[in-house]
Design a binder for this molecule. Sequence first.
Ligand code: FRU
Length: 487
Amino acid sequence: MSQLLEKAREYEQNNVKNIPNAQRPVFHFSVPSGWLNDPNGFSDFKEEHHLFFQYNPYSTHWDSMHWGHAKSTDFIKWEYLPTALAPDKEYDNAGVFSGSALEDGEKQILLYTGVKEELLENGEKQIRQTQCLAIGDGINYEKFPANPVITDKHLPAGSSKEDFRDPKIWKEGDRYYAVIGSRSPDGSGQILLFFSDNLTDWQFGNILDKCENKLGKMWECPDFFHLNNYSVLMVSPQDMLAEGLTFHNGNNALFLIGDYQKETFQFTRKHVQNIDYGLDFYAPQTMLTGDGRRIMTAWMQSWDTYLCPEDYLWYGMMICPRELSIKNGTVYQTPIHELTQYYKNKVSYSNLPIKKETQLKGIEGRIIDLQITLKSGDYRKFKIKLASNQQFYSEIIYNREEGILTFDRSHSGYRRDIVSTRSMIVEEENNAFHMRILMDRYSVEIFVNYGKQVMTSLIYTPQSATGITFESIGEALMDITKYNIEV
Ligand code: FRU
């Protein structure tokens, strides 16, 4: 084991002990120590779910990327495993960047981006991103001696040698495939497909899709999968321009939904769908479970927000994993059904008329699954205050006249609220509006109309603020069910 890896393993082990459990989210994965960004290597190995992640164990800021590691049998309770990879080779001296994992016989294969930084004779700094293999047993990994296995030599002419990262690997029959983010000669993103029969010799297959400077700039963290009768290419574009209420985060994530011709490696994009409308969602990655479910996780933060309390020794969480399905060409996202195993204290009301600000007996808390249907009534606006007390609250506002749903954390207790609100256009279905709100200590995930749209945001409101109130302009008729989540 390299010194760098040993140091990281030792450091995290000691630091984890200093973090009180009560400071961590309850049903969301949080970094053992230091900083986390993208999920990596989300996949099954020996019938357990593995999650790796972009990791700096030493501080709550991004630096010198390692791969952290954890596993779970239900996507809710995670067991930390020792750091999997450290930037300890010449070809990854500037970071072990994002990538993916694959169960292959007895072995777990990791394919990641090695970043190499070099000072040239002329004094310039040169950065190269290449794809590298590591092979292991679920805990320890050996980097492949002939790394890197996919380099600038494999790139189509004119593509950037610096921005070439985040391979997502899969296997079909005897052949391995990988999609990788790249920057084309026009300076914007493209997703490249490669294939190999032995993992070590790779060939370029095709450019699956191109940004052409229309959907942001560089495309990061691709994933490619079939869902029902569709092919979905998932990408995380940087530097997107807002369009109406969409893409305000700059760094966003998209489902590109289309058709795929396997023989010619041709993907035809038919539809673009924004994955999440909240303030804190980026770099999603999916996996297929043994029972055939396509599950997505993602970094529950964005490069443009930083809410870490000063005295915390950890900063970084993943979303509650979501099951994906497609209806009428739209990808739906619903919280992993294993979550229901942790339900406690159900409280339910039906046909409740709501007008002035109302508190409901038994409906409160910070670690809950809240399901609300607004059924009818002449109401024009409906407001829910969450995580509230005398001083703080976060608000969900459904402006029925305008057909807009807003999440606003301006009063959640954060001292910098430049970025604090997001809105999205919503529609009622059969005259009803449905919301499922997952709250954990630091997060609010709002699933609208059974997962047709989602909004994910962080709040760092003091945990004593547990109040929830409802208010309507005009009268609304509401059904509501709340479960506490206890893990
Ligand atoms: C996305 C990303 C990836 C990269 C990683 C580095 O958030 O920029 O493209 O591999 O983070 O930590």
